[in-house]
Design a protein around this ligand. Structure first.
Ligand SMILES: N[C@@H](CCC(=O)N[C@@H](CS)C(=O)NCC(=O)O)C(=O)O
Length: 292
């Protein structure tokens, strides 16, 4: 499996976004070994004391969040944005063409990305974008992205479950044919139905997007800039990334949604823009291809 450590893996995240929350400052970085930490705090008088060996400084920077991902995917974009925005040192492995390999399947029988590897997990890996963000936010106390207060947290969870269970299936049915992604078994788009039937199903899904989309605006945002309030939560990252796919079908996003994605991109800076560029680049590529 070719391992890609992206540039941003070395550079935590866009400054605007990276200001780590609470303990997020060192969410992923291994704490410096005690000896090295002591040396770093020794007074100037002892300046002649041996500085911490370079190897130790290096190991503190070692990427510790290991993420397997696919660049054109918004499910993956979600976690890639979050990892950058939260200031993780992370290494990304491009899993393109590899998700059904025996090695990958042995770890992840669902053959899905995004997937993180973390020894403290019972099975060593975790997939599902929202579960990954919840876990990492819990583990590292990233309350800015995932509030701890039960009522506030419940709204973030509700928004994310609603997205995965209701909005995303419509988005997938409407956009996957244009993206060249396989549809799920049992879907008209997956069957050998007449192309007119497939197009009908795609159009019906496209028409169905408006209602849940409006729910995010009127109910979950409820006049606030973001679902999370004044700063983007993990539910906002999940929603904004999902909306990126709609460009491939020229979906007429309502003005609030365009402004909302822009506001998230502005708040998160490079943390958002960099993974978004991969999705947008893929969409530009498929759109440049002659229609079959
Ligand atoms: N609900 C999941 C969806 C994950 C998913 O569908 N991943 C796709 C890419 S968009 C995948 O890894 N497919 C590879 C495969 O099935 O082999 C999430 O949010 O993480």
């Amino acid at each position: 499996m070719a391992k890609t450590v992206t540039k941003s893996a070395k550079k935590p995240a866009a400054k605007a976004a990276a200001k780590p929350v609470g303990k997020a400052a060192k969410p992923a970085a291994k704490p410096a070994p005690k000896a090295a930490a002591k040396a770093a705090t020794k007074p100037a008088a002892k300046a002649t004391a041996k500085p911490a060996p370079k190897a130790k400084a290096k190991s503190a920077k070692k990427p510790v969040l290991k993420l397997s991902m696919l660049k054109p995917s918004v499910n993956n974009m979600t976690v890639r944005v979050f990892a950058r925005a939260a200031g993780f040192d992370h290494a990304e492995t491009d899993a393109w063409g590899n998700t059904r390999s025996p090695e990958y399947m042995a770890r992840n029988p669902a053959h899905l990305t995004p997937m993180i590897e973390d020894k403290s997990l019972p099975r060593g890996v975790l997939w599902e974008s929202c579960a990954i963000m919840q876990y990492l936010a819990n583990k590292h106390g990233l309350e800015k992205f995932y509030p701890k207060a039960p009522a506030k947290r419940a709204m973030i969870d509700s928004a994310m479950f609603y997205l995965i269970g209701t909005l995303y299936p419509y988005v997938a049915r409407a956009t996957y044919p244009a993206l060249g992604f396989p549809q799920y078994a049992g879907e008209v788009g997956h069957s050998d139905a007449h192309p007119d039937k497939k197009s009908e199903a795609q159009k019906a899904a496209m028409a169905a997007i408006a209602e849940p989309l409006e729910v995010f605006h009127s109910f979950f945002r409820d006049g606030k800039p973001f679902i999370g309030g004044t700063s983007p939560s993990i539910a906002d990252i999940r929603l904004a990334a999902t909306l990126e796919f709609l460009a491939v079908i020229d979906y007429p996003l309502p003005k609030w949604a365009k402004d909302y994605v822009e506001a998230i991109e502005k708040k998160l800076g490079k943390a958002y823009a960099e993974p978004a560029a991969d999705v947008r680049g893929y969409i530009a590529y498929v759109r440049s291809q002659p229609k079959a």
